[in-house]
Design a protein around this ligand. Sequence first.
Ligand SMILES: Cc1ncc(C[n+]2csc(CCOP(=O)(O)OP(=O)(O)O)c2C)c(N)n1
Ligand SMILES: *[C@@H]1O[C@H](CO)[C@@H](O)[C@H](O)[C@H]1NC(C)=O
Length: 569
Amino acid sequence: EMHYEVANPRNPSADRFVLSKGHACPILYAAWEEAGLLTHDDVLSLRKVDSDIEGHPTPRLSFIDVATGSLGQGLSCAAGMAYVGKYVDKSAFRVYCLIGDGESAEGSIWEAAAFSSYYKLDNLVAIVDVNRLGQSQATQLGHDVEAYARRFAAFGFHSIVVDGHSVEALLNAYKEARNTKNQPTAIIAKTFKGKDISGVENQDDWHGKPVPVEKADEIRAILKSTKRHNWQIKAPPNDAPDTKLSFGNIHLSSPPSYKLGEKIATRAAYGTALVKLGDSSKRIMGFDGDVKNSTFSEKLLKKYPDQFVECFIAEQNLVGVAIGAGTRDRVVPFCSTFAAFFTRAADQLRMGAISFANVKCVGSHVGVSIGEDGPSQMALEDLGLFRAIPKGVVFYPSDAVSTERAAELAANYHGIVYIRTSRPATAVLYSGDEKFEIGKAKVVRESPNDKVLLVGAGVTLYECLKAQEELAKSGVHAAVVDLFSIKPIDTELLVKQAQRVGGRVVTVEDHYQAGGIGEAVSAALSDTGNVRVRSLFVKDVPRSGPPDVLIDLFGISARHIVDAVKNFH
Ligand SMILES: Cc1ncc(C[n+]2csc(CCOP(=O)(O)OP(=O)(O)O)c2C)c(N)n1
Ligand SMILES: *[C@@H]1O[C@H](CO)[C@@H](O)[C@H](O)[C@H]1NC(C)=O
């Protein structure tokens, strides 16, 4: 059914296959041997440490676009691929996603289903392997294929029920899917786990186990008696445009233009940056979860509606779609929502790391400084989440200039990048031509007499600046660092400054302690002698109130910084 190029599985025009039930990958490896990409020895190296034929599929293999194995995520990624195929590449490629029936209990499957029908992704086919069984017992719906058909139909799919063991029935269903316009298709395949193998078929307790070696002859006989189908590999049409996406070459269409001291929220500057990146590349895409007028991603929608996808209030799917859209470097996806709500997609982000995904997450509304909306809207653990991602980059810009540059750096870094933006308007600190780099902090105040180093980012940088002025009045001189790049952190600069001021360092952050700036700075300084770090952070569950009041009440205001310095002996 699929069109692909065996020698180049990542051909941008080729059909995509996502094995959402990733644990079934041995059969996928066997299929690629049959297709001629893998050797028999490759396939037999399953799960060996020096083999990319892993226990669950990952993009270490050229025919895998997204890692799977954490159930419920494949359909979102497939939908992202299908969206790009239909609306961005305008290519004929089709996307197939195989889902387990047990897996279909995951809510994210249904988030993806709603998204796929809303966007009329008629190039997307979900195949549900209804074998009745999960891992430890029967699924909720058992073999009730009609119930799956009704559910997918209710979510806007064209549902087709087939005998999943009949290749003819499956081929007919794929044909029907190809002829179905304006809606995705769900093929509900009734199957039996361990079909035809005596004592195994349709029985519990065989999940994830090889059949016993004594049964090998019986199984060989079954396979030999199974009718072979004549098939040929169909070449892709090669109709996907050459995107020439060259990372390192995506620029803001004009440098940041603000007046020093002018007050702009970094979230607003993010919207401006996204538009400027969109000016220079048609392949910059924005994704948001119905908060686009809060995150300011709507600026991209307004100027370039073709480069924006509303993903509605379904953050797991938002991240999954963006990860899928970013595969094969078709687009550079920027997804935005309130930073707190990215925690809902923690598992998608974790899997994104295993997928070596190229995705940018921009979280607004961080910390107590959002004010009256209260703690449910305050991200206070997002830095911990994103810092944990291997090779992930985390920016926490304090002003509008550094925010625009963070977005530009993110667009050019192939990997997962998080940008933490803030709600309150903050003063512009840098001129438009200031150079920002991944892994580099900025010293914003320094004098030869400094006796303490204050480290902040976002709103707390301004508290540090206020504290610095206050302390100077009583003759205590403090250096102030704008951390900017939380990960990788600027160890060199921190060590140098900490030593220069005599080893006293105070960090302050609008975030809980775990995974935050205090811990990051402490780790960076842990191998430097005679350095001590005091950290101010949000210690308790916050509440509603004016931002300034909350910043003070929860212990991260200039007054608390001054106290910390005065009590730091
Ligand atoms: C999010 C998540 N939860 C649990 C598991 C553990 N697990 C792996 S396979 C499986 C059963 C899956 O059942 P189904 O989707 O019906 O697949 P099949 O029975 O066809 O193998 C479970 C619970 C997992 N991999 N991911
Ligand atoms: C977003 O737009 C809606 C509808 O126009 C409006 O009611 C709401 O106040 C806006 N939110 C923000 C934060 O501007």
